[in-house]
Structure formats: C-alpha cells, structure tokens
Design a protein around this ligand. Structure first.
Ligand code: CDP
Ligand code: CDP
Length: 217
C-alpha cells in the first residue's frame, strides 16, 4: 500500500505521516528532508550561490541521502538538526524548483516505494511521485495557525524569530512551491482534503485512520 500526503508548510504532514506509518507498520519517507539535504550541502560547499544551477545539480548528483530511524544522513554525516534551520528552509524551495534536482529526488523516492509499503509526505507525492497511490491526502491549515505552530517549534530550539517574520517566510515558500513549473504543490482531484485549522494532531489522525480503514475494507 502507498499513502501520499501533500500540503503546504506546517499543515501537519510529517507529524501525521509518522503516526500513520507506525500504526500500519509502514515506512515513512520525508521527501522534504531530501530537498533540505541538497540545500544544506549547497550552503556547505558553495555558500549562498542559489543561482548557480550547474553547481547545484552537480552537488545534487553527488549527495548520498540516507534515513536511519529519525536521523537524516548526508554523505554519511548526521544532518538531522542542520537541515531544519530557517536558513535551509528559506533556500530549499530555490533548489526544489530545478528540474534536474527534482528528477533525481523523484527517482530515488520511487525506487524506495518499489520495495516498501510507504507513507510519503511532500508537495508532489500524489501528483508526480506516486500517482498510483491507493490513498492521497491533502492537509491544509490557516496561514496564521501554521506560522504559530512553526514558531512554537523554533522557540523550543531557542530561536526567537518573530511570528510575522515566520508567517512571511512560510507565505513566500508556499508561493514558490505552488508556482514553480516542475512538481508544484497541487491538490489532485482524488485527494481527500483535510483542513487541520483548530484541530489537534489526534483529531486529524482519527480522521485519516477512518479513511484508511475504509479503504482497507
Ligand atoms: O516541514 P515543511 O512543510 O516546512 O517543509 P518540508 O516538507 O521539509 O519541505 C521543505 C521544502 O522542500 C518545501 O518548501 C519545498 O520547496 C521542498 N519540497 C518539494 O519541493 N517537494 C517535496 N516533495 C517536498 C519538499
Ligand atoms: O510537515 P508539515 O510541515 O506539514 O507539518 P509538521 O512538521 O507535521 O507540523 C508542524 C508543527 O505543528 C509540529 O510542531 C506539530 O506538532 C504541530 N501540529 C499541531 O500543532 N497540530 C496539528 N493538527 C498538526 C501539527
């Protein structure tokens, strides 16, 4: 079985995807972490050169991404924390719009799904990566609530970014993700849409579980 979860930043995709994967003994693949790894490697290797497509593609081709439990490794280095910084978040959508980078990531994601029962979350899972997925969800939430969720996470890490700034960053990233030509964030017609505004993680989880159980018969 394959489950695709798409939606904008902070909609609750990864939190829910992890819980579902645990419940049904499936593998969770965080595709956003893969794009984040490439942005991190670009910053690490060539700095802030996000208009240097040729170098970005070379880096994407040479980067080996691995998941080990909750940890993410880039060329054998644990980058779990580094890929979540606001700077990496900001630049990830810059590298994610490059066709050659997306082709490389999508190929790896599809290969992974060949021999695993997967729950995958991202932006283009239902539309591009797993168009045949049995179940597709599109999670969304009000922008202010999504920004507040992200702020809570950043505050817990000791980063006191203002709510307004976080909101603006998310809006910009969503806009880039929705408007790019390759693998944009879209809600496919067959997706089950869940607005998570005002809902707890458990509320959303229960709603999704109902749909999965129905699909399983
Ligand atoms: O956790 P959050 O929703 O903030 O971001 P993420 O899922 O880690 O994704 C970070 C960025 O990677 C997104 O803003 C997209 O630019 C890109 N991405 C993508 O283009 N395609 C995917 N399947 C997943 C992420
Ligand atoms: O993966 P995505 O960016 O869509 O969102 P996430 O990383 O799963 O969730 C962002 C934050 O919102 C996390 O800290 C979740 O615990 C929180 N969250 C929430 O408070 N209520 C929900 N219904 C879903 C997520």
């Amino acid at each position: 079985m394959q489950i695709a979860i798409d939606g904008p930043a902070g909609a609750g995709k990864s939190t829910i995807a992890k819980k579902i994967a645990k419940t049904y003994d499936m593998t969770y693949l965080d595709t956003g972490a893969m794009y984040r790894c490439i942005a991190h490697c670009v910053l690490d290797q060539i700095g802030d050169q996000f208009d240097n497509e040729a170098e970005i593609i070379r880096i994407a081709q040479e980067t080996v991404i691995q998941f080990k439990g909750d940890l993410v490794f880039c060329n054998n280095k644990d980058v779990t924390k580094e890929i979540r910084t606001p700077l990496v978040s900001l630049h990830t959508s810059d590298i994610a719009k490059i066709k050659a980078v997306r082709d490389l990531m999508v190929r790896q994601q599809r290969d992974y799904a060949k021999d695993h029962a997967v729950v995958m979350d991202g932006r283009d899972i239902g539309s591009v990566v797993l168009p045949e997925a049995e179940l597709k969800f599109f999670l969304d939430a009000d922008i202010l609530e999504r920004a507040k969720r992200r702020k809570k996470e950043l505050d817990a890490k000791g980063n006191d970014k203002a709510l307004e700034e976080i909101k603006k960053d998310i809006e910009n990233r969503d806009m880039n993700d929705r408007n790019r030509t390759e693998g944009p964030l879209i809600q496919v017609a067959e997706a089950i849409v869940i607005d998570t505004t005002g809902k707890s993680i458990d509320d959303v989880y229960d709603e999704i579980i109902k749909h999965i159980n129905e699909a399983l018969g």
